[in-house]
Design a protein around this ligand. Structure first.
Ligand code: EPS
Length: 382
């Protein structure tokens, strides 16, 4: 299973093509729209989300509510494009485009992108670097999520903190349901402090990052492999999570805390009972050992830097004149961590669906489910 996305933030639409999804998976636009709506929420978001109301059109790969095994093409129109049709026109136009960005924002792709692609207007970079792209990823992730659900795997997330307001204890799976969608922190005091921190940052013309925990339950043991560096599932998960705009660090299980602890309290003792087979009382490894799932919940924490567009900007230099100035202000969010948690769920779903279809193969869901169940039985009867 693999996917690509295309589309600029203010272009006509975003698209995703997902390949390798077995035939016979029940899929409808409303299932994808539900995830798109979650991505648009979150305290601290800017004006763009009031313009958009993301809705997917399934262009191929699905017929009468079931996947066909052919590439699934998804399209999400940008409502805001109406106001940008001249700026973003694909046809040649006379003169320079308006809304040029020539004072790059520190922390954004503006400057390295302009240098790399030899563009004089950094809008050519930011239009694609914008986190708007994640709508397409969440749409593809919703398909992966539906596939996982059929295989008994569920994905959930929560926000652990915003800026200086974060939870230091570990969060259980059961706590990651029915949370407030605008600030899904499973602790009232931390949630209150997080909301206040966003308000203060906004008043200062500043932005805030944060951290989110993404979990998967029901994951069969045996996904990923120790035999090659690029087959280790923790490495692949990290790749997926690090590709989320503004992600700067990824932790599997209790990775960060374990780096400062002795081995005796960093690993998960092995037990066995006739009914459930091998099991663990703790899950410090985050469900992965040697790059292979061990049947416990897969747990990934992603850390996001503050967004790069500051209403009180940092020093920059004009691309054309080389004269110092302040970085350009673009419409943006103050904080997008609640949305990043939803995007993290899509990353988890895509990485796991990729590993699952790789292990159990299957051109059809029937074949995939049969193979997955046979392997689960094999492990139970080991
Ligand atoms: C986003 C859409 C963007 C930004 C944000 C995320 O829309 P616009 O640029 O029109 O306001 O709100 O993107 C960024 C924060 C960024 O740095 O690119 C979205 O749909 O998620």
């Amino acid at each position: 299973m693999r996917f690509l996305t295309a589309g600029e933030s203010h272009g006509p639409a975003l698209t995703a093509i997902l390949e390798g999804c077995p035939a016979g998976l029940a899929l409808s636009p409303s299932l994808i729209d539900a995830q798109l709506a979650r991505r648009q929420k979150g305290y601290g978001r800017g004006a763009r989300q009031r313009i958009e109301s993301d809705h997917v059109e399934i262009l191929s790969g699905v017929r009468r509510g079931e996947t066909l095994g052919s590439p699934i093409a998804l399209l999400i129109r940008n409502r805001d494009h109406k106001a940008w049709s001249d700026t973003m026109a694909a046809e040649p136009r006379e003169g320079a485009a308006d809304r040029a960005l020539t004072l790059p924002r520190p922390g954004h792709a503006d400057l390295p992108g302009a240098l790399k692609y030899d563009r004089r207007d950094a809008r050519d970079i930011l239009e694609r670097a914008s986190a708007r792209e994640t709508a397409a990823r969440v749409a593809a992730g919703a398909v992966a999520r539906a596939l996982l659900a059929e295989c008994g795997v569920a994905v959930a997330s929560c926000v652990l903190g915003i800026g200086p307001a974060f939870l230091e204890r570990s969060v259980r799976w059961e706590e990651c349901h029915d949370l407030d969608e605008d600030m899904p922190i499973p602790d009232e005091e931390t949630r209150r402090r997080a909301l206040a921190a966003i308000q203060e940052a906004s008043a200062r013309g500043d932005t805030l990052g944060g951290r989110a925990l993404v979990m998967a339950r029901g994951v069969p043991p045996g996904l990923g492999s120790h035999v090659h560096w690029d087959r280790r599932l923790d490495a692949r998960l990290a790749f997926h999570f690090m590709s989320i705009p503004s992600a700067k660090a990824v932790e599997v299980g209790d990775g960060v805390a374990s780096s400062a602890r002795p081995g005796a309290v960093s690993h998960d003792a092995i037990a066995y009972d006739g009914e459930r087979g091998f099991r663990r009382a703790t899950n410090r490894a985050g469900g992965l050992e040697g790059g292979i799932t061990n049947g416990e919940d897969v747990r990934v924490t992603a850390y996001f830097k503050p967004l790069a567009t500051l209403m009180k900007p940092l020093p920059s230099v004009d691309l054309a004149t080389k004269v110092p100035g302040l970085a350009q202000i673009e419409r943006s969010d103050v904080c997008a961590v609640p949305a990043a948690a939803v995007i993290g769920e899509a990353a988890m779903a895509l990485a796991l669906a990729e590993a699952l279809t790789e292990k159990f193969g299957g051109d059809s869901m029937r074949e995939l489910l049969r193979n997955a169940e046979a392997f689960r039985r094999q492990v139970r009867e080991y």
